[in-house]
Structures are given as C-alpha cells and as structure tokens.
Design a protein around this ligand. Structure first.
Ligand code: 13P
Ligand code: SF4
Length: 295
C-alpha cells in the first residue's frame, strides 16, 4: 500500500462512459480528446484517470512528470490491440506518400509507429491538414470510413479494427427506435457502422453528440453510443428526452471503474501507469502532432 493521495494534489478525469457515480466525483468529464487536453493543462502532480488503459497511457506519455493512476487497470479497450506494427511496416514499404494515422484507442506500442494520432473529435481536421495523399487509418475501420467520406481528396487504406460495442449497432434497431419515437433525431458515434451513421442527424465524437443535442431545437434524441453518455446529456439538456437505440449499449470495461476503485487509489492502493521510455518517446511525437494539428 502506498501513501494516501490528498484530494487537492489530484486531477480526477472521467470519460462519459464511466459509471454515473464515478462521473459525479470527477473534476472534469469529457471525451478522449478533451480529457487528453485537460491532462496536459493540469498543474496537479497526480492524475487519476477514470477510463480504459489507452487513456491512462496517453496521459502518462503526454505528461511524463506526473503520476497517473487508472482506478481499474484491467479496464482495457479491445480495439487497442486490433492492429499490428508489422502491418504498418508493410504499408510503409509498399505505398508512397503515406501517412500512418492511428486512432487514440490503441496500444502505446502502436502509437509509436504512427505519424499522427487522432481522436474521433479531431480526426477529420487532423487528417485534412496532413500533406500526404495516402492515408493508412488504423485500427477503427468505421471511424476511418467516416473520415474518408469527408475527405474525398485523400486515398484511404483501412485497418480491420472496430469497437465491439458501437459496431454492434444496426440500422434495424435504430429504425425500430424511430418507429417508437418518430419526432426524435438520431445521434451516432463515429465508431458506429455506416448503416447507422446514414440514419443520423449528427455523427461525431461523444462530446460532439452532446454539443449537437444542446444546440438543437429538437426535444427528443435517439442516442447510438455508450449509455453512460445519457447522464451528461440529461444534465446539460434539462427538459429534453434521450433514449438509447439499444437496451444494452454498455462498455463492460468502462463499467469496471467503480467508486470503490477510485477510493482505493486515493487510499494509496493504486499502481502508477508506466510506459517503456523508447515507446513513450515515439508515441509522444505522434500525440503532440495531433495536439498541434487539431488547434
Ligand atoms: P470519444 O471519447 O472520442 O468519443 O471515443 C469514444 C470511445 O469509444 C472511447 O473509448
Ligand atoms: Fe473501447 Fe468501445 Fe469500450 Fe470505447 S466503448 S473503450 S472503443 S470497447
């Protein structure tokens, strides 16, 4: 058991997909991009990241001087391992004028082979600013396809990764939800398949979906993303109604982050996140390039 952490020394960050009771205790709740920005801007020596492993790793890579904890170190995004460095090396060896774009939902090792990292909030902007014509977008094929649709001037090559939670969304279930709520607008996360994005009034990152709902005149929304997002949607849009497009739109890994796990870190029971220095140095370059190009 380590030393207890004083509340004032720690910035508690939570993703929208963390359980409501955890979000309620956080200093800041956001999507992957906003959370990375907050980590960098913080002056506190400790970051407690209520998210999955790639989020804690990215915070540690961007803030090597800080101590970063994950309350649930076994909360791991399966998409993080759905690409291999060998595939990147093969593409680099066979394609000219190529940029390797790695979605932030990936292992630190994969980021070390990237030219730039993106999140769902900034992928279109960042890729549009790359000088290369050819874009190898990994691991998420759905997000990659969404980005490619906005940037016809580029030639895209996709990986084969996907989020098991968002990729399971279907047009059929969205149509059934629309039949029950005909006045509702559909909000889809960019990790959803094309058939679901095609039915949406808005597609983007979790924060983008929330901002759209806040600004819209519509009063009812069907939400095609992880159900934890409904907590922030209801908080930010009192009076508007939100329904999940599926009863179990739940990321089991995000739900491993319990209030007890957070309390245990404060009590001194956490293990700091470590990333091997050679990997961290190269991954930092790709993450910093994202922060520059997303400005
Ligand atoms: P954003 O945080 O970019 O919306 O991504 C969603 C996600 O699946 C995070 O794991
Ligand atoms: Fe990974 Fe999907 Fe869970 Fe996000 S919602 S952490 S992409 S499995």
């Amino acid at each position: 058991m380590g030393k207890p952490i004083r509340r004032g020394d720690a910035l508690v960050l939570a993703h929208y997909y963390a359980p409501e009771e955890v979000q309620a205790q956080a200093d800041f709740v956001g999507d992957s991009f906003a959370l990375a920005q907050r980590a960098v801007a913080s002056e506190k020596p400790v970051i407690i990241f209520c998210g999955v492993t790639f989020m804690g790793e990215s915070a540690k890579i961007l803030c090597p001087e800080k101590t970063v904890y994950l309350p649930a170190p076994d909360a791991h995004c399966p998409m993080a391992d759905m690409a291999a460095q060998e595939e990147i090396l093969h593409m680099r060896g066979t394609t000219d004028d190529l940029a390797v774009v790695v979605y932030v939902n990936s292992s630190a090792r994969l980021k070390a082979y990237a030219d730039v990292v993106v999140t769902s909030a900034n992928a279109v902007k960042v890729v549009s600013r790359l000088p290369q014509k050819n874009i190898y977008f990994i691991p998420d094929k759905n997000l990659g396809t969404f980005v490619a649709e906005q940037l016809p001037e580029k030639k895209f090559f996709f990986g084969h990764g996907f989020c098991p939670i968002h990729n399971a969304a279907t047009a059929q279930e969205v149509r059934a939800a629309l039949a029950a709520h005909p006045a509702a607008q559909v909000l889809a996360h960019a990790e959803c398949p094309g058939e679901v994005r095609a039915l949406s009034a808005f597609t983007g990152s979790t924060a983008g979906m929330i901002a759209y709902a806040e600004a819209s005149d519509a009063q009812e929304f069907l939400v095609a993303t992880e159900s934890g997002t409904l907590y922030e949607l209801s908080r930010r849009c009192p009076g508007k109604k939100f329904y999940s497009t599926r009863a179990d739109f739940v990321c089991a890994d995000m739900k491993k982050i319990t209030p007890q796990a957070l309390a245990d870190v404060f009590a001194g029971g956490g293990t700091p996140v470590e990333v091997e220095e050679g990997i961290a140095r190269r991954a930092r370059r790709a993450l910093m390039r994202m922060l520059e190009l997303a400005r």
